[in-house]
Design a protein around this ligand. Structure first.
Ligand SMILES: O=C(O)COP(=O)(O)O
Ligand SMILES: [Mg+2]
Length: 221
């Protein structure tokens, strides 16, 4: 049987232009072992991806703030405090960067994401004042409660599904994947990964983005 997978989305299942690599769909649908999508995106995004790939909805969203497995949803984190950081950031001249509809945060339950081109220094200063953490995924800055991580979320999924985290293979590209890499037995950073992900991964791949991920999945099959 194939190994269970913990997969980051942005930078890992996507190509350099940010779109999901269509080759991923059939590989994941036919995987035959649990696939956990572990992402910084808000809850609906990985659920939708599972839905359209055609695999059970097993999800760690919002960097571990929302965990969903076997019809059980667990929510941790501090959306109210993250919201307070966002409001203070805007009051001091910052811009979340998503426009009025803000579909990035609209359905976000436990943290707030800020556009990667926003004022990082200001955001970090305000988050610090509120005792909140800023995680840089390469795609956005996430304002979250300390201690909430994808790794803890994956551990919770494993408890719900009676799986051993050590049997998982994890693939990712940024500092929000470090906790996942630390939990599992076999971890890969794609070549586009940031320094923290590269340092934490057991293996750093030569290939970038979905090419790297597909090469790992091909070798595991
Ligand atoms: O939401 C982000 O900023 C990044 O998402 P990811 O964790 O799937 O890479
Ligand atoms: Mg990523």
């Amino acid at each position: 049987m194939n190994r269970p997978l913990a997969l980051d989305i942005d930078g890992t299942l996507t190509r350099s232009n940010g779109t999901v690599d269509p080759r991923i769909f059939d590989v994941l649908r036919d995987w035959g072992a649990p696939v956990v999508l572990a992402t910084g995106k808000s809850f609906p995004y990985p659920v939708a991806l599972c839905h359209f790939v055609g695999i059970p909805e097993t999800v760690v969203a919002e960097n571990g703030g929302v965990v969903y497995a076997a019809d059980e949803v667990t929510v941790t984190g501090d959306r109210a405090r993250a919201q307070a950081v966002a409001e203070e950031f805007v009051a001091r001249g910052g811009d979340l960067g998503w426009g009025d509809a803000d579909t990035t945060n609209r359905w976000r339950e436990t943290e707030i994401a800020v556009h990667i081109e926003s004022d990082e220094a200001l955001l970090r200063a305000v988050a610090d004042e509120f005792g909140m953490e800023v995680v840089d995924t390469g795609y956005a800055y996430h304002v979250k409660a300390p201690g909430v991580t994808k790794g803890k979320g994956l551990k919770a999924v494993c408890e719900t599904l009676s799986l051993d985290p050590e049997t998982f293979v994890a693939i990712g590209d940024s500092e929000n994947d470090v906790s996942t890499f630390e939990l599992v037995d076999e971890s890969y950073a794609v070549a586009n990964a940031d320094d923290r992900a590269r340092a934490a991964a057991a293996t750093v791949l030569d290939e970038s983005y979905s090419d790297g991920t597909l090469s790992v999945l091909e070798s595991l099959r």
